[in-house]
Design a protein around this ligand. Structure first.
Ligand code: ADP
Length: 499
């Protein structure tokens, strides 16, 4: 009797494994952090073996905690930190270098040089991959490993090395080297995948000097990838989904059709809008990416991110030492009637979409003698809502969609002050599921659909539990005034660093 779906959630700082039952409820969770490696300023690496060992450990742990046995697990679903790049030896299974993490900036100069060499490259990359050329994506990270890991380029040319994002690395290890595959949502973040022609792009492989023999097969997010090697669990378990974390959260919120939007509020915010079969290319710096499916239809999403959301709360806590626990920010914000005219623009590393100003820096304006800790906390929380609204406005404008409600998840959504303010400032309801596990849920849903554990999208929607709903309440005049002053505050933050 198959009772569970196991979701492996491989994140940037920890590996988690969650068992879901037929009613979509969480039965057990196991989680373990693993080390971040910072060889130089701006560089971030992970040890791929450590990721694999930690992920296997938590998988076994989640089965043990549920009092389950492997034969009760219908399928495994995988969701992962995107773009992070692993290159390994096909024969030995050993990585030729540490994984280069999505945050790592080591190839930023290489990207600049490529853009300088070819004026059309940025446009070609945008048209083909839906992305904006950046060191963030896998392409230049693979090139770096081939150039700098000992003997890697010769081996790669001889067909002896494999590339994968973390989903691919886990599938390869779970199947003991029998399956080398990824899904379209992850492929669409490598900056090597043509998201319309649905194939690796020959010209970009040439630009980044990557042999095609290294690349994984590309499948739908929900598909039969293979079965786990006999030695790992008491019984073989089919692996039935792989999906990048943000596309997984979109699916986990049951955003299946054009116009559905979710925003994940963590250290930063990631907003994705489903655009259905329409590949919408943004003029204002949003990314176009492939959404999860269980068949070969290609569906798209628009994506925008706020660089500093939870990071701004962490700054108040650890930098300014205004409190010891982020939880208290809710009460502090509610304790004052407004920010007393104070605006915080947390542009610590510049401003992202739709402002795109790398020279902007964090700014606090409007301070008078009456400004207190509480005002500063409230203004920081409000800044998260303003930044989210700025992205959402562009998405709605460029997609032509109408929004009925914003689905939210992530640690920061525990803050009821912020969620209410978000609804007020956008003028649409904010809807928060009572379990904030949208990311793991997406991978579980996709795997469950693939093996018939759940029947269809309608059944998945019926599994969604209670939701907290925040309806807009602010009067239009107040909202207009706040937004007007936010725009003025943004202007003061822009261009601070002299070029
Ligand atoms: P990530 O996945 O990026 O690590 P999480 O989804 O775990 O992020 O959220 C963690 C962030 O949420 C931290 O930045 C923390 O400061 C913030 N946070 C947690 N609880 C609250 C709260 N009640 N109010 C505001 N921020 C919060």
């Amino acid at each position: 009797m198959k009772k569970f779906i196991m979701a492996l959630d491989q994140g940037t700082t920890s590996c988690r494994s969650i068992l879901f039952d037929h009613s979509g409820q969480i039965v057990s969770v196991a989680q373990q952090e693993f080390p971040q490696i910072y060889p130089q300023p701006g560089w971030v690496e992970h040890d791929p073996m450590e990721i694999w060992n930690t992920q296997l450990f938590v998988a076994l742990e989640s089965i043990r905690k549920a009092g389950a046995v492997a034969s009760e697990i219908a399928a495994i679903g995988i969701t992962n930190q995107r773009e992070t790049t692993v290159v390994w030896d096909k024969e030995t299974g050993l990585p030729v270098a540490n994984a280069i993490v999505w945050q790592c900036r080591r190839t930023a100069e290489r990207i600049d040089a490529l853009k300088d060499q070819d004026d059309h490259l940025a446009d070609y990359i945008h048209q083909t991959t839906g992305l904006i050329p950046d060191a963030y994506f896998s392409a230049s990270k693979i090139e770096w490993i081939l150039d700098y890991a000992d003997g890697a380029r010769e081996k790669a040319e001889a067909g002896k090395l494999l590339f994968g994002t973390i989903d691919t690395w886990l599938i390869w290890n779970l199947t003991k080297g029998r399956v080398h595959a990824t899904d379209r949502s992850n492929a669409s973040r490598t900056m090597l995948y043509d998201i319309e022609k649905d194939r690796w792009d020959p010209k970009l492989l040439e630009v980044f000097r990557i042999p095609e023999s290294m690349l994984p097969d590309v499948k739908p997010s929900g598909a039969r990838y293979g079965v786990t090697d006999a030695g790992l669990f008491e019984e073989e378990i089919p692996i039935c989904s792989a999906v990048g974390d943000q596309q997984s959260a979109l699916f986990g919120h049951c955003c299946f059709t054009a116009g559905d939007v979710k925003n994940t509020y963590g250290t930063g915010c990631f907003m994705l809008m489903h655009t259905g079969e329409k590949k919408t290319l943004s003029e204002k710096g949003l990314l176009t990416t492939i959404a999860a499916t269980t068949d070969d239809t290609i569906l798209y999403a628009l994506e925008g991110s706020v660089f500093a959301a939870g990071a701004a709360i962490q700054w108040l806590q650890n930098g300014l030492r205004l409190f010891d626990d982020a939880k208290v920010t809710e009460e502090m914000a509610f304790s004052v009637k407004d920010t007393d005219g104070v605006y915080v623009v947390p542009a610590f590393t510049g401003l992202g979409a739709p402002h795109w100003d790398p020279y902007a820096r964090g700014t606090v304006v409007g301070i008078t003698r009456g400004c207190t800790r509480e005002h500063l906390v409230r203004a920081t929380l409000e800044s998260i809502a303003y930044q989210t609204k700025d992205i959402l406005d562009v998405m709605l404008q460029e997609s032509g969609a109408m929004l009925e409600g914003l689905l939210v998840d992530g640690g920061v959504t525990k803050n009821r002050f912020l969620m209410q303010f978000q609804a007020d400032i956008m003028g649409v309801p904010v809807i928060s599921p009572d379990n904030a596990e949208a990311t793991a849920q997406g991978a579980a849903y996709l795997a469950g659909l693939t093996v018939g554990f759940w029947k269809d999208h309608k059944e998945l929607k019926s599994l969604q539990g209670d939701r907290l709903r925040y309806d807009p309440q602010m009067d239009p005049a107040t909202k207009m005034k706040l937004l007007h002053d936010w725009d003025r505050a943004l202007e003061r933050a822009k261009g601070w660093i002299e070029q």
